[in-house]
Ligand binder design. Structure first.
Ligand code: S3P
Length: 440
């Protein structure tokens, strides 16, 4: 563990890398396999802190999990077969575990308490309590039901129809899972489309789920209590991890940067559209598909960037990459406007305030707005003393910024990268970044 990483810039990067498995898909593969009937074989799950929190919680609920190299075998307990936990369940820093596991626990016998680190204890859970309570679930949380710890008293759920008030794949997943475990039919209406790994994986596993596209949005309809069986699941690389290197390629590539085996689910790749709109060259090759999830290799080329305005429906498809859009915009010609992204304020940190605060230290002309950013460019960045504030995506964005900045950048709390991308700094170094000290 290191307290800081020092990067000497500017250091043009180039080369080809592979990235670890997708975080969202790994959480789903673990949780869905735990309630499936029989054995599942999971390949290339992401062994990061967030996913290991989910894995350990499932073990505390009695699920047998064996890991050997790239392969994880998991013996499902069926829909209602999880044990009552003997202790408080700790999701660490994982928002996905915090929002998705309660849906499963609400339908099991017994009482569970879920908590997590200091960042998790500031993240809203009323967004899942409301729909699960409508289904008969018994859930309580601190501050009038808003914040963790969360207490769940398991029981029987009944189907409902629920229109998502926020475009959140975590909330969507919680309602779909509660619906699968409930009696009768449930419908989730999604006005703005968010990542659809849950729908894809449940369909692959043979769960009773169907989708209708309508003017009011996407209707996801699930039939309750239709047990499904475990299967082999191959997890593609995480596009959100690939994005850091694609940004590096567009900003500082000595020639180009290629990321192999990246997930390419279209509900995740809004960042490719943004790179292209900003004028960056992007190439996709070696496309493949497993279980409905697309993957391939993506190359980004150093380019002259122009500013853009983004907001509306693309935001959920680029939500985790918006700190990188802010960084790209510092090097783009003109004013970039990011709007409709107030959700950034309730991520691992308030990413609107902290992205602006940390990039400003490096010379960026950036202002946080209630729901996004205003960024003027191009602006030369220079080395500074910056902080991840324990946020993995902030740590990685600042590391990429350091490779385009002139001079030495010190990144405090760099180990946050372990939440989604253990080995991130080594990967950056393998592309030519000059790291004076290294973590992760
Ligand atoms: C995730 C959904 C998104 C995303 C998070 C992972 C998921 O969160 O930011 O990193 O796995 O479903 P929201 O559902 O809060 O938008």
């Amino acid at each position: 563990m290191s307290e800081k990483v020092v990067i000497q810039g500017p250091g043009p990067l180039a080369g080809t890398i592979s990235i670890p498995g997708d975080k969202s898909i790994t959480h789903r593969a673990l949780i869905f396999s735990a309630i499936a009937e029989g054995e599942s074989r999971l390949l290339n799950i992401l062994p990061s802190e967030d996913c290991l929190s989910t894995l350990r919680i499932l073990q505390n609920l009695g699920v047998e999990i064996e890991r050997a190299g790239d392969e994880t075998r998991l013996l499902g307990r069926g829909f209602y077969g999880l044990d009552e936990p003997k202790d408080v369940l700790d999701v660490g820093n994982s928002g996905t575990a915090l929002r998705v596991l309660p849906a499963v626990l609400a339908a099991q016998a017994g009482v569970s308490v879920i908590t997590g680190d200091s960042s998790i204890r500031k993240r809203p859970v009323d967004r899942i309590i409301e729909p699960i309570a409508l289904m008969g679930g018994k859930l309580w949380a601190r501050e009038g039901g808003r914040l963790p710890p969360l207490t769940i008293v398991g029981g029987q759920l009944k189907g409902t129809e629920y229109r998502l008030p926020v475009a959140s794949a975590q909330v969507k997943t919680a309602v779909i899972l509660a619906g699968i475990l409930a009696e009768g039919e449930s419908t989730v209406i999604e006005p703005v489309r968010s990542r659809d790994h849950t729908e894809i994986m449940l369909n692959y596993l043979g769960a009773a789920i169907s989708i209708e596209e309508q003017a009011e949005g996407r209707r996801i309809i699930v039939q309750g209590r239709q047990q499904f069986s475990g299967r082999e699941i191959v997890v593609p690389g995480d596009f959100s991890s690939a994005a850091f290197f694609l940004a590096a390629g567009a900003l500082s590539g000595a020639s180009e940067i290629t990321v192999q085996n990246s997930g390419l689910n279209p509900t995740r790749t809004g960042f490719i559209e943004v790179l292209e709109r900003m004028g960056a060259g992007v190439k996709i090759a070696d496309q493949a598909e497993f279980g409905g999830e697309r993957s391939g290799s993506v190359t980004a080329l150093k380019s002259t960037l122009r500013s853009l305005e983004i907001g509306g429906d693309i935001i959920p498809r680029i939500i985790d990459e918006l700190p990188l859009v802010a960084l790209l915009a510092t090097q783009a010609d003109g004013q970039t406007v990011v709007k409709d992204a107030a959700e950034l304020r309730v991520k691992e940190t308030d990413r609107i305030s902290l992205v602006a605060r940390e990039l400003k230290k490096m010379g960026a002309r950036i202002t946080g707005t209630p729901d996004g950013f205003l960024i003027d460019g191009p602006t030369p960045l220079f080395g500074a003393d910056v902080d991840s504030h324990g946020d993995h995506r902030l740590a990685m964005m600042l590391a990429v910024a350091a490779t385009v900045a002139t001079g030495e950048t010190t990144i405090n709390n760099p180990d946050a990268v372990d939440v989604s991308f253990p080995g991130f700094f080594k990967c950056l170094q393998s592309l030519g970044a000059e790291l004076v000290s290294i973590a992760g």
